[in-house]
Design a protein around this ligand. Structure first.
Ligand SMILES: CO[C@H]1CCN(Cc2c(C)cc(C)c3[nH]ccc23)[C@H](CO)C1
Length: 306
């Protein structure tokens, strides 16, 4: 089985990448159109989990580069062997209903050409319903079930979680900042999902469940507290639950109602907060809803799915 997942350096002096060693950057080069950037999470020695909408059907593996580890020399650059988007992902599926973008099943696995050398700067995050997550949750293996993982990680209520974003630091250079958000798994879930109608492509959606399917987790808004919001550049990054000093990924950042970063990156020293509108919500693919596909695609990765 794979070495321990979801472990990070915790001391305050640690480098941002040592604190978030699963965090990956995905760079897609497009002839004559420059680059597109997405985030991802290392989930095994060969695979990075990200969003399917980062890629188009014309993108070839040769156009894609994955960077993991420090911003400086230790940063490892990887070539990509293949991209496997979820088979039910279809951005244009509702086009004839005048809905230009449909993010259901917006999840993909990027296979690297070589194994990642694990280090304090590069270490996988735990996926739910694996033996590694059972250990990280300090539960007995193999007695603990996937259902129990879901009850522990996504109980009813407003569940505290975080995503990792780039921030601008007065000392210059890109840094990583954890942004705490609350997954509305409570009576607030409906209001969270209703705000999807305020997204520019969804103004003529009558029943929000047409675009916010059962695959999504909803964060953002100002109730029960003001949540920070994602930006387009955060696409594909992990939505993480911390349990003591271990980390489990429960979601993949898919889309948001408002792109709050058109202006500028959030400041690392968190006191400067860009206030977003109350209807600024973010939607993440719930990993518990795509387990059969993950299990099948990652069968040889030694992740021991439950
Ligand atoms: C349905 O229509 C909306 C879909 C997506 N939105 C863009 C977008 C993407 C693609 C991905 C992530 C992570 C985003 N975080 C914030 C915005 C945002 C735009 C609005 O900005 C319109």
């Amino acid at each position: 089985t794979l070495s321990m997942c979801g472990l990070a350096k915790e001391h305050p002096g640690a480098d941002d990448q040592e604190k978030n060693p699963w965090q990956a950057v995905i760079i897609i080069r497009r002839e004559g159109k420059g680059f597109e950037y997405c985030k991802g999470a290392l989930i095994s020695e060969y695979y990075v989990l990200t969003a399917a909408h980062c890629f188009t059907i014309d993108d070839k593996a040769e156009q894609i580069t994955v960077k993991i580890g420090r911003q400086s020399s230790e940063r490892q650059s990887f070539d990509v062997a293949a991209v496997h988007s979820h088979p039910l992902y279809q951005l244009q599926k509702l086009k004839d209903r005048k809905i230009d973008e449909f993010y259901d099943y917006d999840i993909a696995l990027v296979k690297l050409t070589v194994k990642v050398k694990l280090s304090v700067f590069a270490r996988p995050i735990c996926l739910p319903c694996t033996a590694g997550a059972t250990r990280a949750l300090r539960k007995p293996h193999p007695q603990t079930t996937c259902k129990e993982h879901e009850e522990m990680l996504l109980p009813a209520g407003n569940v505290a979680s975080f995503f990792v974003t780039d921030c601008s630091h007065s000392s210059g250079g890109n840094r990583l900042l954890r942004q705490t958000v609350h997954i509305k798994n409570s009576e607030l879930k409906m209001a969270c999902e209703e705000d999807a109608k305020k997204a520019k492509h969804y103004v003529n959606v009558t029943d929000v469940s047409e675009v916010v399917t059962d695959r999504f987790l909803c964060t953002g808004g100002i109730d029960p507290v003001v949540d920070p919001n994602t930006c387009k550049g955060d696409s594909g990054g992990p939505l993480i639950i911390q349990n003591r000093l271990r980390y489990v990924q429960v979601g993949v950042i898919s889309w948001g109602v408002v792109d709050v970063c058109q202006k500028r990156l959030p400041a690392c020293d968190k006191n400067i907060r860009v206030q977003s509108p109350s209807f600024a919500r973010d939607f993440h693919i719930n990993i518990f809803k795509v387990l059969p596909w993950l299990k099948q695609r990652l069968s040889d990765e030694g992740l021991d799915f439950l």
